[in-house]
Design a protein around this ligand. Sequence first.
Ligand code: 5GP
Length: 197
Amino acid sequence: MEGRDKGAYQRERGHLFIISAPSGAGKSTLCQALLTHFHDLQYSVSYTTRTPRRGECEGKDYRFISLPEFERMVEQGKWAEWATVHGNYYGTSADDIENHLSAGRDVLLDIDVQGTAQILEHYPDSVSIFIMPPSMDELKARLEKRGTDSRETIKKRLAEAENEIRQKDRYRHVVINDQLEHAIEALIDIIRRYRQR
Ligand code: 5GP
C-alpha cells in the first residue's frame, strides 16, 4: 500500500486517471487492485439508470437513479460526461470530480470510450488507460465463463468490444490483461510515475 506525502501546505490539484476496457477484460478486478494499492486514490462512483446486480451497493458501486432524474441532470448540466452503454445511461458528476481534484485528491474513473472522449475535452491532462484482452477468443471465453450473460448478449458485447478496441489509440496507455499480476504491476507503475511528478 502506498500513498502520497503532500505536506500540510500543498494543495495542488489531483490527477485524473481514466480506465476503459471492453466488457470481460478484467477491468473491475484491476481497478480494485489499484484502490487497494493506492489507499488515497479516490474512486469516482458513477450514476446509472441500470438496475443493481446482486451484491452491488448503492453509493459504493454506483448511484442508482431513475431515467427522469438522469435526464434532469442532463438539462441542468450536472454531468462531466455521460453516455448510454449497453442500453443504460451512465454519468459522472461534474461536482464530484471537481471537489476531489481541487482538494488535491487523485481520482480514478472507470468509464467507457464515449465518456473518455468527453472527459479529455474538459481535462486534457487526464491519464487515459485502455485495458486490452489478450485476444478476442480469450475475451469470448471469459464472458462465457462468467456465466452472467446469454449467448445473444455475449455476441453483442463482443461486437461492442471490437468497436471499443478500434479506439484504443486515443488512450495515452494501453495495458494488455494477459496475466493479471503483470497487468496490475503495469498499472501501478503508470499511476506511480504521474503521482511522483
Ligand atoms: P457495468 O454496467 O457492467 O458496470 O458497466 C458497463 C460499462 O459502463 C463499462 O464499460 C463501464 O466502464 C461503463 N461505465 C460505468 N460508469 C460509467 C460512467 O459514469 N460513464 C460512462 N461513460 N461509462 C461508464
